[in-house]
Ligand binder design. Structure first.
Ligand code: ISL
Ligand code: CA
Length: 559
């Protein structure tokens, strides 16, 4: 089997709309990305995950695709895309594309046909059902508020859409649809891409009866996850996809899997399963969600983060490979969420990065994370663009919630936090565009930007660069074991990674106060070498007892 190069890789996620605008229309584009390839090479990343650039009406910023084999005009042309791929490959970097096949756009030719008549040949490319005496087929709610069903006059039936009403779910029960997806995947792979990130891939198999959560319930919506997350045929479909497509190429695959547990994840990523290489789980993304979901904000606890990471490190050990991320285009900025984006901005960004780059798995850096970009607070709801946020705002307003608490949940958890334009310089609009940006730039761009970061040897950027090098120089991926230290301590996150001859000791202070680290008595070593830290740390300090400074991170090799 081809060497699993993706285990030694660091992935950089680009959200094209917000990365770099080359033609002054205020929207990031492919030529803009091409102009920044040297920057990515300087950082040292190995793979770029490019969020969707396909033709789309942009209802969900490109996750509603109307033509899987053409490029959205805003982003450029297929020739521009070929130039980007060549530019990456020429620099020794790889490209994975975003595969969005749980649903398409309602403007896709398949859906335009499907909705025409009940006997149209494309009818069961999608999931249509008659209503129940004037009500939707079941009580499922959409991830983007409201019902997961949309009534269509033309044929007097409802179609399923787990996301927006312009994102009808594809019917994976239909082998013809599956074959169309596989053909499209091969079309991209034959152009030379190096793999796929697969959007909500564990939702593609629904329980055929599509049962309500509460039978006979018509006055409220419920989360139907038990009937579409990790559904009855999902592994059958992915093993078929692997047989038909994935196994024929030397590529990497990572599936976004809402609600997946480590046991289930092992079924997706087990080496002998022949499905995917990695999955993104959401357990760390839910540590600050209350019982009513992501918008029900509650403070997170370090004990939860330590428990979850230990669980995933141990459950997938010798079984499968982890993905390691703390933010992306759907999440608030990790520095604001888990670090301290005011007093200890640099220290806490570096501490969080140290966590992600010293665990078993492949780290995913989201654009801007490497320079410490933070959440944003727009003055009014009008400046927000994300459909998930805007739908929630309307729904909660209609339900009588007060605006301040709705806005607070948007400040803390809204997806636009991660979608403000990349901050390249202190020039107007952070050097992202010469025009008017499609979404407001974070006002802190004058202090937080690439130009400043490149000039500052102590910047977060240079720390990320060192971490990425460290993984290679010290073969961090070669450490196979994980042992938690100071487990009951609610300020320090410490662990030891080991292989048969060496040990990697990672010590992180997750708080803005000093904290005392004490090394377990039974840890044996001759000498210790400090590999990286976010403060000036004494080289050969006695590591059995360390007084850590706020957000201090240290990595030692123990020989
Ligand atoms: O984070 C989320 C779960 O609470 C949602 O915001 C998000 O929609 C979910 O993680 C699924 O995300 C993926 O599918 C969506 C698209 O809006 C997201 O951008 C994509 O990452 C529908 O395609
Ligand atoms: Ca542009």
């Amino acid at each position: 089997m081809a060497k699993q190069w993706w285990k030694d890789s660091v992935v950089y996620q680009i959200y094209p709309r917000s990365f770099m605008d080359s033609n002054g229309d205020g929207i990031g584009d492919l030529k803009g990305i091409i102009s920044k390839l040297d920057y990515l090479q300087t950082l040292g990343v190995d793979v770029v995950w490019l969020c969707p650039v396909y033709e789309s009406p942009n209802d969900d910023n490109g996750y509603d695709i109307s033509n899987y084999q053409s490029i959205m005009k805003d982003f450029g042309t297929l020739a521009d895309w070929e130039e980007l791929l060549k530019g990456l490959h020429d620099r020794g970097m790889k490209l994975i594309m975003d595969l969005v096949v749980n649903h398409s756009s309602d403007e896709h030719a398949w859906f335009v046909e499907s909705r025409k008549s009940k006997d149209n040949e494309y009818r069961d490319y999608y999931i249509w059902r008659p209503g129940q005496d004037g009500h939707a087929p079941n009580d499922w709610g959409s991830f983007f508020s409201g019902s997961a069903w949309q009534y269509d006059e033309q044929t007097e039936e409802y179609f399923l859409h787990l996301f927006s009403k312009k994102q009808p779910d594809l019917n994976w029960e239909n082998p013809k649809l599956r074959q169309e997806v596989y053909d499209m995947m091969k079309w991209w792979l034959d152009k030379g891409i190096d793999g796929f990130r697969m959007d909500v891939i564990n939702l593609i198999s629904k329980v055929p009866e599509l049962p309500s959560v509460v039978e006979g319930n018509h006055d409220s919506y419920h989360f139907g996850g038990d009937y579409f997350m990790n559904g009855p045929r999902v592994h059958e479909y992915l093993q078929e996809m692997n047989r038909e497509v994935l196994s024929k190429y030397d590529i990497m695959t990572v599936g976004e899997a809402i609600g997946v547990t480590p046991e289930e994840a092992a079924l997706y990523v087990g080496e002998e399963r022949n499905e995917l290489n990695m999955v993104f789980h959401f357990e760390l993304m839910d540590v600050d969600s209350g019982e009513h979901g992501k918008w029900d904000v509650k403070p997170w606890k370090l004990s939860d983060i330590k428990r979850i990471i230990k669980k995933w490190q141990l459950e997938l050990q010798d079984k499968g490979w982890n993905s390691l991320y703390l933010n992306n285009h759907d999440q608030p900025r990790m520095l604001s969420r888990f670090g301290n984006d005011t007093v200890y901005h640099k220290e806490s960004a570096k501490m969080l990065a140290t966590l992600l780059h010293t665990l078993q798995g492949t780290p995913y850096i989201y654009q801007g994370e490497e320079i410490g970009m933070t959440n944003v607070k727009f003055a009014s709801i009008e400046e927000y663009k994300d459909i998930e946020t805007l739908n929630m705002y309307q729904e909660q307003l209609a339900a009588g919630k007060d605006v301040d608490s709705i806005m607070n949940s948007i400040y803390v958890k809204g997806r636009d936090n991660g979608r403000t334009p990349m901050q390249w310089s202190s020039d107007r609009h952070a050097g992202f565009t010469k025009g008017m940006p499609w979404i407001s730039v974070n006002p802190n761009y004058e202090q937080i930007n690439v130009e400043q970061a490149l000039q500052d040897p102590e910047s977060i950027f240079h720390y990320y660069k060192k971490l990425i090098e460290l993984r290679k120089v010290h073969n961090v991926t070669g450490y196979s074991n994980y042992r938690a230290l100071m487990e009951d301590n609610d300020r320090i996150f410490a662990y030891i990674r080991s292989n048969n001859e060496e040990q990697l000791l990672v010590i992180l202070n997750f708080t803005g106060e000093p904290a005392s680290f004490v090394l377990d008595e039974d840890i044996r070593y001759q000498r210790n070498t400090l590999l990286i830290s976010n403060y000036d740390a004494a080289e050969s300090e006695d590591i059995r007892h360390i007084e850590l400074r706020p957000y201090e991170a240290r990595v030692y090799k123990l020989l």
